[in-house]
Design a binder for this molecule. Structure first.
Ligand code: E4P
Length: 218
């Protein structure tokens, strides 16, 4: 399973990349706004900065909701760096845009996915990645992991090449559950990735080893 970090914060991207386990980055307009990145040139430069840190796919989301606008924006984003993946919302014109980019060999990430039907449509259009939002499904008391499992199963039935990129990950347990049901990628906040490290027995055991070593060395 590939690990992406879901942030536009350069320090967090560097920290995750330094762990040696990072395969890519996802951003969205809210995450860019959170970092105070606004204005066309600043946004474009920020994507280049991210690509210069991580050697892997970097999702950059279009703001347009009409076909022509998405094509224009997506082509400009894709021209920034070979690792840019054009992130496109799951709407009618979005599906048409995904087909356009797929035919041109430009990678896409279909975002704001909440159902298996949407997943089937995005795969038919040739999306490289599909982003079902686990946490937001959980937020309305449905089961986000069940949705990932359902989509993985459907894609396996037909050897679909679209990769299931589990998004809206909120905690380390989500990551483990995504691995159990066969997600291709998880995109997570840094806190969820670091949460995987934690186990009290590891801390207690290490303390004991160090104390015993210190005693024996006296
Ligand atoms: C990633 O591609 C999504 O935009 C993101 O994971 C959404 O996460 P959230 O539901 O925590 O905002």
């Amino acid at each position: 399973m590939k690990f992406f970090i879901d942030t536009a914060n350069l320090d967090q991207i560097r920290e995750a990349n330094d762990l040696g386990i990072l395969d890519g980055v996802t951003t969205n307009p809210s995450l860019m706004a959170k970092e105070g990145i606004s204005g066309y040139n600043a946004v474009m430069q920020h994507y280049i900065d991210i690509c210069n840190i991580v050697d892997g796919d970097v999702s950059a989301e279009v703001i347009s909701t009409d076909y022509d606008g998405m094509i224009k924006e997506g082509e400009a984003l894709a021209a920034l760096h070979p690792n840019i993946v054009v992130k496109i919302p799951m709407i009618k014109d979005g599906i048409k845009a995904i087909r356009y980019f797929s035919d041109k060999g430009i990678k896409t990430n279909c975002t704001l996915v909440f159902s298996a039907g949407q997943a089937i449509l995005a795969a038919k259009a040739g999306a490289t990645y599909l982003s079902p939002f686990v946490g937001r499904v959980d937020d309305i008391s449905w089961d986000g992991i069940d949705l990932i499992a359902q989509i993985v199963n459907i894609y396996q039935n037909y050897d679909v090449e679209t990769q299931v990129l589990a998004a809206s990950i909120r905690n380390p347990l989500h990551i483990v559950q995504c691995a159990e049901v066969g997600a291709d990628v998880v995109t997570c906040p840094l806190s969820a990735i670091l949460g995987l490290l934690k186990h009290p027995l590891t801390d207690i055991g290490l303390q004991q080893f160090l104390a015993d070593h210190a005693k024996a060395s006296k």
